[in-house]
Design a protein around this ligand. Sequence first.
Ligand SMILES: C[S@@+](CC[C@H](N)C(=O)[O-])C[C@H]1O[C@@H](n2cnc3c(N)ncnc32)[C@H](O)[C@@H]1O
Length: 451
Amino acid sequence: MENKLVKLDIIDLAFNGKAVAHLDGKVVFLKGGLPGEKVLAEITSTKRHYDEAIVKEIIIKSDLRISAPCKHFGICGGCAWQDLIYNKQLEFKRKQVADCLERIGKIADVKLHDIVGAAELFRYRNKMEFSFHVTGDDSFNLGLHHRGRFDEIFDLEECLLQSDTANRIVHFIRDFVKRYNIPAYDIINHTGFMRFLVIREARRTGQIMVNIVTNKGNIPTRKELIKELRTAFPQVVTLVHNETALKSNVAVGEKEHVLFGVGLIEEEILGYRFYIRANSFFQTNSIQTETLYRAAFDLLMPDKGDRVLDLYCGTGSIGIIISEYVREVIGVELVADAVSAARDNALANGVSNIEFVEGDVKDYLRSDAVGDTPFDIVIVDPPRAGVNPKALRRIIRMQPPKILYISCNPATFARDAATLFKAGYRLPEVRPIDMFPHTMHIELIGVFYRD
Ligand SMILES: C[S@@+](CC[C@H](N)C(=O)[O-])C[C@H]1O[C@@H](n2cnc3c(N)ncnc32)[C@H](O)[C@@H]1O
């Protein structure tokens, strides 16, 4: 069956960004292709319950298809749908939320709003991570992952999701590393030095941070790097170097050195200033974050007397912004760097009714630290895995009247919603928000009520 060429009618788009067709009663996930298209495809792998295929030729083209503006589209693992008109991207994302609520959450009577589209379809990201990757010819690539491959990086010329300046910084760093013969890291043998380049660019202030993540050791030509980078890019306000000996392929350092500037940049969200450090989470689409937070607060309708627990609080942005409308906020976050930035953020914004606790949400909820004073609102904004099941049980035991759930994964949102339903919570409405045009990522919010 593998390598066989087949004609397929594409009927849908799947959660993972692939197209969906049926063949002999089995589902086929295809790389390429849009709903309504007839394609000639090659089966690339056969599994028990589904097949995988790659589109070789489009026989009948969809009216929804447009020409993708990015030169790396199709190869790059970042954008899946640049070739699909934006309104349809939004429709498919909304449908995926509906499917998850129905299939995983078994939730039928919730009002699912239309997805709120993004104002900017390109150049919207305030953070991009690029990997160094050794190539066979004693050289290296600096860029993004090939679609579906953790171990293949293509040499990036331009990414349309980041600014032109950020693209020029990628070229500058690549050229610098080549000129000074600094070895790139080899993820198979764990040898070499340069691992990642992370660029963060605040949209409201224009400040840029360049973060270089390496294997253990000093950057050999750091004086030259500082001088040349500052001359070429005065917008770069800080350069940081993160060292890590960890084998896992993540752009996070164990030891940080600030090579110039103060090791952070400032961004503005809804009129508040936020410090962003290299290793702490910050929403990556600043402009659409304002839409997300506004929609969340509109749904939540906080009260001046409310006591709020902000779980998975990152650098404290939600808690700090909501603090104005409530009595008191406690934020809980695992990453020390983020907690320290959150405390600085509260101070910088003159917010005094907020406190941050460093730790795992599930341990915090089990500990004495949580206290006996009830919370009126619990906010959860977990990573893709959703709320830890033990943590969710502990939240339920606390019986907060309102739980605001901000999710970046409709599947785990639906799973957690089912648990909350069983515990007596109701969810009148869900609002999906598109933070990442052309990619398959979906953000959604809902407020659960206990009567
Ligand atoms: C999606 S981010 C949300 C951050 C923040 N609410 C915001 O809007 O900027 C999830 C955050 O949860 C933190 N986190 C992940 N697992 C955690 C855990 N078990 N306990 C506490 N925080 C955790 C991550 O470090 C990250 O900052």
